[in-house]
Each structure stands twice: as C-alpha cells, then as structure tokens.
Design a protein around this ligand. Structure first.
Ligand SMILES: Nc1nc2c(ncn2[C@@H]2O[C@H](COP(=O)(O)OP(=O)(O)OP(=O)(O)O)[C@@H](O)[C@H]2O)c(=O)[nH]1
Ligand SMILES: [Mg+2]
Length: 347
C-alpha cells in the first residue's frame, strides 16, 4: 500500500538513556497510483479500495454524468455542469476555473461529442488536484537521532484517532518504530481509544490522566528521542476553529513540541471529514493560519461525501493531501492520487 525504504530494526526495549537510533534511510510514503509511479499494492486490493471510493462518490459522479447525456455542447450543458459542480461542494472559484479550463480544452481539441467532454473534465480536474499529491516523508532527521514528529489536529469526530491508528499500522508494517502521544487529555475515553490502537499495533504510548496536553506532547517527543523512535504521532482533542481558546491551546502544543526538539513538529496534519462540504475549506484555512499545516488527511470518503471540496482546497488553499480514508478498518487508509480521485468522481 505504501512504498517505504526499510529501516534497521530497533532494540525491543530502550531505556531513556539509550543511544539514539542508528542512522537510517528516509522513509517515504508516496502516492503510488500516480501514472508515473508503479503501484506496490496488490492489484486486487487497489481495485477494491478504488471501488469503495467510487461507491462513496457515486452521488456526485452520477449527477455530473447526467450532464453529458445530451447531443450537443452548448450553454445549457455548461450551466448544468456548473450547478452539478457547485452541488458537489466544488465552490465558486474552483467551479469557474474548471468551466474555463474545460471550454478551452473543448476548443483546443475541437471536441463535438458531449460524452467526450467528460473525459476532458476529468483531465482538467486531475490537473487542478495534482498539486495536492505529495508523499509524506518519514526519517529525514533520523541521522541526528530525531524522530519525525507528526501533530494531528482537526474538529471533533473528524477521524484523527482512527487515522493515527491506521497510519501506525502501516508505518509499523514497514519497520518504522512509532510512539503515540495521547495529547487529547480532555476525555478519559480518548486516551483509552488511542490505547486500543497502541495495543492493536503493539506500539508504545505516552499518556497522562488529565493534565496539560502540551506537557504530554513534550514528554512524548523527549521519550521518542531518548528511545530512538522513528516517528512520534501526537493525537489532539477535537476543536472548532471558532473556539479561540482551544486554538490557542493547539498553538501552545506546537510551541512546546518545538521546545522538546527544535526541528519539530516536522508535520502538522489536519484531518477533515469528507462529508463536511464547503466547511472543510474554512477548516483548512483556519487551522493553516493558526498552525501552518503541512498536510491533510481526508476521511470518510466511503460514505456520502460529495468529493468536490478537494477541488476547492486545491484552488484556494492547496495544502497537500497525504492520505484519504475510505473506511473504519486498519487497512482503509490510502495515499492520494489526483488522477484516481478525478476518475472516481467522474466515473
Ligand atoms: N466510514 C468511515 N468512518 C471513519 C473513517 N475514519 C474515521 N471514521 C469513524 O469516525 C468516527 C470518529 O473517529 P475518531 O477517530 O474517533 O475521530 P476523532 O477526530 O479522533 O474524534 P475526537 O477525538 O472526538 O475529536 C469513528 O466512528 C470512526 O470509526 C473513514 O475513513 N470512514
Ligand atoms: Mg480522537
């Protein structure tokens, strides 16, 4: 599912005073389904995953497909397409961009068949989404004995903890050592939930009953360094960008992580629920302004998500999409491919 460069195995138990991890090759989690990058995933697994994505986006794809069933390419077709794209949460700016680009492509290719216009739209959408395709690189600081510190943020229930569980599984499968930080100290249940993922993945977890989330994050980064871990994943409590004191708390966690390790956090991820619609763009802007995001995870694309919001993000705040979630199981996390996504949305 992901392509990694394997790392040397770490000692099973490392006391805090242990030597830092041996120098290691950076591990790159790459979007493997892009046309130029051969997939390492078994074809069957890949196609079943794509099937779930297509099923999730079916409502949007069938409403867009109905636009192209006529016999001519005229203003009515473009107007219908505009409505379908807006309905799919694409937003005004990205919709306008796609329509302009589509008209240009139709003219350039002298296309006259409406059915062929759909293929041109897929091309325009894939090009718009392409800047969102970027690999998550793990281990760039490994030579200095520093783990890759990943802070995970988002609104309540977006899928942060579940995505951390899935990501841990994939990182561990590929030989990377992971330490989890339960910096969601609001609810005992949140700690327990992350603990379950830690047990399932047999990785260590730093948690604290109650207390300050920044302190947990600090302890985890320090422990990650002392124990020679490859990755420290910091789970945080859900919050709305309008809850200003909670956004301040996130900024504090970020600052305190930097105190524990000056080069950290190496990644600040926002998890967004694919069903959130246009509000997802507002979330990206608000969390990015507060925390300087490095990447997104878009979850629940197996449900009733409309999908167009990724085009809005690409148009207005292109933060890379490292992964998309298509279910609640450990394996249901995939790297993002602009081309596959455009095809799923327009299949
Ligand atoms: N169908 C589906 N469900 C998902 C996906 N990702 C997460 N979920 C579900 O969404 C719900 C919330 O997930 P959590 O991981 O607890 O979300 P969270 O962001 O950590 O929530 P808080 O910590 O309460 O803010 C759970 O029921 C998950 O199983 C996904 O990709 N697809
Ligand atoms: Mg959570």
């Amino acid at each position: 599912m992901f392509s990694f460069f394997k790392k040397k195995p770490q000692p099973a138990v490392t006391p805090p005073a242990a030597q830092p991890a041996p120098p290691a090759t950076p591990v790159s989690v790459t979007p493997e389904a892009a046309p130029a990058t051969p997939s390492t995933a078994p074809l069957a697994a890949r196609s079943s995953w794509l099937g779930r994505l297509k099923a999730g986006l079916r409502k949007t794809s069938s409403s867009i497909a109905s636009v192209f069933t006529g016999t001519q390419i005229d203003d009515a077709l473009y107007e219908e397409l505009e409505s379908a794209l807006l309905m799919a949460d694409t937003g005004v700016k990205a919709t306008q961009h796609l329509l302009d680009e589509l008209k240009r492509l139709v003219k350039e290719t002298k296309t006259t068949d409406p059915a062929a216009v759909k293929g041109l739209l897929a091309q325009a959408l894939a090009e718009l989404l392409a800047p969102l395709e970027k690999p998550l690189v793990i281990g760039a600081q490994a030579d200095a004995g520093v783990p890759t510190v990943i802070m995970v943020t988002g609104v309540n229930g977006a899928g942060k903890t579940t995505s951390i569980g899935k990501l841990t599984r994939h990182l561990s499968d590929e030989g990377a050592t992971v330490l989890l930080a339960a910096a969601d100290t609001f609810r005992a249940a949140a700690r327990e939930q992350l603990g379950v993922w830690a047990d399932r993945n047999t990785v260590e977890i730093i948690s604290q009953a109650g207390g300050d989330p920044a302190a947990v994050a600090f302890d985890a980064v320090s422990a990650g360094k002392a124990r020679g871990k490859d990755v420290v994943l910091v789970d945080t409590a859900g919050r709305l960008p309008t809850q200003l004191h909670l956004m301040e708390e996130l900024k504090k966690i970020r600052r305190v992580v930097t105190k524990a390790e000056p080069s950290a956090p190496h990644e600040v991820l926002l998890v967004i629920d694919g069903n959130t619609g246009q509000n997802a763009l507002a979330q990206v802007k608000a969390f990015d302004d507060a925390l300087q995001l490095t990447g997104l995870i878009v979850t629940k694309l197996d449900g009733t998500a409309k999908g167009g919001v990724l085009a809005a993000i690409a148009q207005e705040r292109p933060v890379p999409v490292y992964f998309i979630g298509v279910g609640e199981q450990l394996a249901d996390l995939e790297t993002f491919s602009a081309r596959e996504f455009a095809q799923a949305l327009l299949s």
